[in-house]
Design a binder for this molecule. Structure first.
Ligand code: NAD
Length: 357
């Protein structure tokens, strides 16, 4: 198969980790007889330096006309004080919006080899954590009307959280389909005891659940979910929730695995186009040192193979290659344990690519 991939390395460790993901994709292409065409686009601080904007119109068009987008990370202290309208992360929001990426999938997986890295006790982590949070990404309070006004002599701020039936239904479908491909268990997170948006959310999720009788469905309140993720995270398979709840819960869940460098993510549209990126930032403290963990980015590339290119066998091969690298004791600095082999970012990339036969 021939695929066109827009590659956006970005800033800080972005170019280092992206190089290793591309190395992995190249090995997949050779082993499985595919052809991946990479078109590099500047994004974030490096684009501000060159063009005065965090992404150019041309760069955006390349993303729109590709089969998928692979992103490193953007930002860093150099651009902390640029004008708000050209901040590096504005480019990320712009790509999400332009490509209508309404569904954010964040798998949270604790590799058993790294169980000691989890802040939770081994008896809670059990046989490893393996869940996915499906977060609605383009609606809710982050996109609703907002204002600050003076009422009776004091400032009053208002943020509106709108959700339409169609917005809820399309994210619900992504969640049910994701559950069908995994453990067939879905929990929908809301605050239906208080919010109207949550009551509508729940009504539509219930309607959808009738279309997916093979998925064991439940509702759970967001405050309880925050607690259960710490108390008993292995009970979850797929969680679906609105934008702000998902933002908070997915960060909480990511910490259960111990290292932010391990975590991939996918942002999907209603078609096959998606944007794939690790959840961490540009890590300016280790940039240029060849010390970053490339696994989150490599696993993001695996998600791209699975969700955008419909290549489940190839995605499995990448995930198994990562697992074998950990089994064989290779560790970057962030996940280093006594008795294991410390490797650089490029060495970890080499080991993983070589593990793909
Ligand atoms: P960060 O995720 O960049 O770093 C937090 C800590 O985790 C640092 O100590 C870093 O060294 C470590 N770390 C992160 N990724 C790692 C990896 N792959 N391997 C090993 N260690 C890793 O978060 P931050 O320091 O708060 O932010 C730095 C910059 O990144 C800021 O400018 C921020 O705005 C930006 N940022 C970008 C994104 C994105 O591009 N999606 C996300 C978050 C933050």
């Amino acid at each position: 198969m021939k695929k066109k991939i827009a590659v956006l390395p970005g800033d800080g460790i972005g170019p280092e980790i992206i190089a290793e993901a591309v190395k992995t994709l190249d090995k997949i292409a050779r082993s499985y007889n595919h052809s991946f065409d990479y078109i590099y686009v500047d994004i974030g601080g490096c684009s501000i330096d060159k063009y005065g904007v965090p992404i150019t119109d041309e760069g955006m068009n390349i993303c729109k006309n590709s089969d998928s987008v692979l992103l490193g990370a953007v930002g860093g202290p150099k651009w902390d004080n640029v004008a708000p309208q050209i901040r590096p992360e504005k480019a990320l929001l712009a790509v999400r919006k332009e490509l209508s990426l309404f569904a954010n999938l964040r798998p949270t997986k604790l590799f058993l080899q790294l169980a000691d890295a989890s802040p939770l006790k081994t008896e809670i982590v059990g046989n490893g954590i393996d869940l996915v949070i499906v977060r609605e990404l383009t609606g809710g309070v982050y996109f609703g009307e907002r204002r600050t006004e003076e009422i009776n002599g004091e400032l009053v701020a208002t943020d509106i959280m709108p959700y339409s039936e169609s917005e809820i239904e399309r994210i619900g479908r992504v969640a049910f389909e994701t559950a069908m491909k995994r453990g067939r268990k879905l929990a929908s997170v809301d605050k239906a005891n208080v919010l109207d948006t949550s009551r509508l959310w729940r009504k539509i999720m219930h309607r959808l659940s009738e279309e997916y009788p093979d998925v064991s469905y439940s509702d759970i309140l967001v405050d309880n979910t925050a607690m259960q993720l710490i108390k008993n995270p292995t009970q979850f398979d797929v969680l679906v929730t609105e934008n702000m709840f998902g933002d908070i819960l997915s960060d909480e869940a990511s910490m259960l695995t111990g290292s932010i460098g391990m975590m991939p993510s996918a942002s999907l549209s209603s078609g096959t186009l998606g944007m794939y990126e690790p959840i961490h930032g540009s890590a300016p403290d280790i940039a240029g040192k060849n010390a970053a963990n490339p696994i989150g980015t490599i696993l993001s590339a695996a998600m791209m193979l699975r969700y955008s290119f419909d290549m489940p066998g190839e995605a499995d091969a990448v995930e198994q290659a990562v697992n074998k690298a950990l089994d064989d004791g290779y560790r970057t600095g962030d996940i280093m344990q006594e008795g294991k082999t410390l490797v650089s970012c490029t060495e970890m990339g080499d080991v993983i690519a070589n593990n793909i036969l």
